[in-house]
Design a protein around this ligand. Sequence first.
Ligand code: KIV
Length: 267
Amino acid sequence: MTAKKTIKTLEQKKQVNDKITMLTAYDYPMAKVIDQVGIDLILVGDSLGMVVLGYEDTLKVTVEDMIHHTKAVARGAENSLVVADLPFMSYKVSNLAKAVESAGRLVKEGGAQAVKLEGGSELVAEIEAVIKAGIPVMGHLGLTPQAINQLGDYSVQGKDYRAAKKLIEDAKALEAAGVFAIVLECIPADLATEVSEQISVPTIGIGAGKGCDGQVLVTQDMLGIFSDFTPKFVRKYAELNQQMLAAIKGYKEDVEKGKFPAVEEGF
Ligand code: KIV
């Protein structure tokens, strides 16, 4: 039996230059498959809002939604470390107690081993308060989808000198605050490499090149289940949407033509 991964596992991997693997999951069967393969971390991302719940962004996702889906994932994750996203307005609200309470619920009720939040140095107090409560925190810099109304679109971040400098400063501030890893989303590969070299905690990239200490993708994207749009950085390892369409079409035809169920499929 493989041992449950911990934040120490990630620290060790960075030290010996072993790449870290992370994928998202929102339910029990997907978590089980990801866990069986030996992926290090399962992220119950608030991408849930878009790829599972059908919202146009992540802003409507609630702590209750996150707890509901984290519970299912935690039941399927024997070895992978489960990280749950703190959703919009559950921590960045000038109220440290609220941030700790939201994080605590994801761990205590949801069964996550850690939480992730989006933002830079402005969140140091929240991060320190959550860690003080005994909850490991993962940071998230670059494209932060919860800020979509400020960013205007989901484009590449950190492209000019000032933005790149700010991102490096934010990564250092998060490291000093005690995060155990940082997701770097949609930033130039050179910048992600520089951040990864300058901080001691692992970086996990999504659209951030191969210089990161690990990689993450939204599972619904890489399996080709979510078909509304596909970001440039996604590599599709399957086209399950096509297979689902063909399978459901086959079932419909069989029922309509009286071919399903067969005698041996009854009692
Ligand atoms: O919500 C999410 O799935 C994420 C990943 C894209 C890193 O934050």
